[in-house]
Design a protein around this ligand. Structure first.
Ligand code: 13P
Length: 251
């Protein structure tokens, strides 16, 4: 079974509203030429305006984070309903910057994933090892335990709403990309873990993106690997030209 390619842009804490609209317009203009799945995740402050630009197009609107609560006295948090209200259909959870800088644990991430699914949002679950963990030979163990704990108590039928993004922390924003072979090896380990947690069929269907200094120059090689089904892109998603060049690499 051929899995569809999925290219997603994580804009992180970049772009004021006007800049975000211009970038989204540049992407939307070209996106219709591609069959792959496409998502862009602007900062919360630009979701409303970018939502208007992507409405009715083949570009999905994503959020970079979400509260694990439905509503109430949670100062500074953004609920799943608030996101849906703006047209968001996908939420990125467990990004290494949330884990590393804001102390998000597997358990906390799991609670957000469950709430997102209950609320009808699709999820990109990010996993990845640090350089120290890789050098200690623990990359596969770290990543499989993040997958297992992140998906705790999530049923097989919910998996169609989940994408996994393997983002080695040492490759994010550093210009150092995992080689296509090294990345594919971890994607394969993730797929095998999913087969053991669920079924071979579920594992085969799962879209697993690579993230970490992915750019037009290296994307074709990564995307040609058997277990790499797309990309979660940071820096190269901040310009329409380079994001569209990445979409071309899916052809
Ligand atoms: P870069 O593409 O800037 O390395 O970021 C990857 C990432 O963290 C996407 O979520």
């Amino acid at each position: 079974m051929a899995r569809i390619k999925y290219i997603a842009g994580n804009w992180k804490m970049n772009k004021l509203s006007g800049e975000a609209v211009a970038l989204a317009q540049g992407i939307v203009k070209e996106a219709g030429n591609f069959d792959c799945k496409i998502m862009i995740a602007p900062p919360f402050t630009a979701l409303c305006e970018v939502g208007k630009v992507v409405k009715g197009t083949n570009v999905l609107l994503g959020a970079q984070n979400m509260s694990n609560k439905v509503s109430g006295a949670y100062t500074g948090e953004v609920s799943p309903e608030m996101l849906k209200d703006l047209g968001v259909s996908v939420v990125i959870l467990g990004h290494s910057e949330r884990r590393g800088y804001y102390g998000e644990t597997d358990e906390f991430i799991n609670s957000k994933i469950k709430l997102a699914l209950e609320q009808g949002l699709d999820v990109i679950l990010c996993v990845g090892e640090t350089l120290a963990q890789r050098e200690a030979g623990k990359a596969a163990d770290v990543v499989t335990s993040q997958v297992q704990n992140g998906l705790k108590d999530i049923s097989e039928c919910a998996l169609e709403h989940i994408t996994i993004a393997y983002e080695p922390v040492w490759a994010i924003g550093t210009g150092k990309t995992a080689t296509a072979q090294d990345a594919d090896a971890i994607h394969k380990v993730i797929r095998e873990k999913l087969a053991s947690l669920y079924s071979a069929d579920a594992a085969e269907k799962m879209i697993i993106q690579y993230g970490g200094s992915m750019k037009p120059e290296n994307a074709a090689g990564l995307l040609a690997m058997p277990n790499i089904d797309g990309g979660l892109i940071g820096g190269a998603a901040l310009k329409a030209d380079s994001f569209v060049a990445l979409l071309k690499c899916t052809k």
